[in-house]
Design a protein around this ligand. Sequence first.
Ligand code: XIL
Length: 341
Amino acid sequence: MARSGVIATLVAILAFSIAPCSAQPLRALADARDLYIGAAVSIPALDSPEYAALLVQQYNVVVAENAFKWNNIHPAPDTYNFAEADRLVALARSAGMAVRGHTLIWDQDAPAWLDLPGVTQQQAITAMRSHIYRVVGRYRGQIAAWDVVNEAIDDATMAPRTNSVWYRLIGPDYIAMAFRFAHEADPEAVLYYNDTRTEDLGPKSDAVFELVSGLLAEGVPVHGVGWQMHVENGFRTTVDHRANAARLAALGLELTITELDVRILLPASEAALEVQAETYANVMEFCLDEASCRGVLTWGFTDRFSWIPTFIPGWGAGLPFDENYRPKPAYEALRDRLLNG
Ligand code: XIL
């Protein structure tokens, strides 16, 4: 990157002289617990000094909300656009933050230019391989963990989606191939399977368990499972979440809570924000208790930039900071658990 971009961001951060939160930040507390605490980043929002300052101040890991996704980073067969991803990686490096890579293969983000009549299995495999080699290779050694495959299980059938472009063009082996290519591109990288609504026991998490067990049995390099955890206010982990984490840990896999947000039916009352704080405390406590849990990332950190109101109309206010970057009770709850949990 764009060294000048990093410098501009750092200057902006310095210019934002009033520290948003004076108490010990989340990242210091998380470092002391050997845990990742992170947030998804909207790259255009980094232009806001408040946004960038708070991010760097509070978090020890970042993930791009969209910048690493196929259609952003590789919009046409011969066009790669690394500017936004580079910007985040450079900022993270300068601020001592780790980076999660999200995501290499996601059905919802498959390249339309591949899904054309007459495309052969071999062409699809070649496209996948060159994408993964190029993207993972570029950031080799700089990404703490990759979400190699995202949301491959179909909620309707509770089995790998057969209507996925990748499944249709390559067949069920596309998942194993993606992990193998990522491993070849960066043999040190920690490779995750990431999915949604797969946290407690049930057919979806059984399907994920079966998938990763099968991959491991075939010698495929998979090292972790990501639980997205886009949950509703009042959510609590249960014995089922413990049991699910335990069976994944028994396979030798690590776990990360990758996309937490706790949505509230709007407008959010003060009482709802207190309930939300308890949900955040509960999830953090869960991660602290589970030896395999490497950390918690939220999908954004300020309610000013969150996918929820757009994707789930009527809901929002799901993150630890409000729209004006002020800490919410959820933030205090995270701090409290990291200090005392
Ligand atoms: C979402 C982003 O937040 C949106 O900005 C984008 O338009 C669509 O994707 N699960 C995932 C994320 O794995 O990549 C999704 O992110 C949210 C659900």
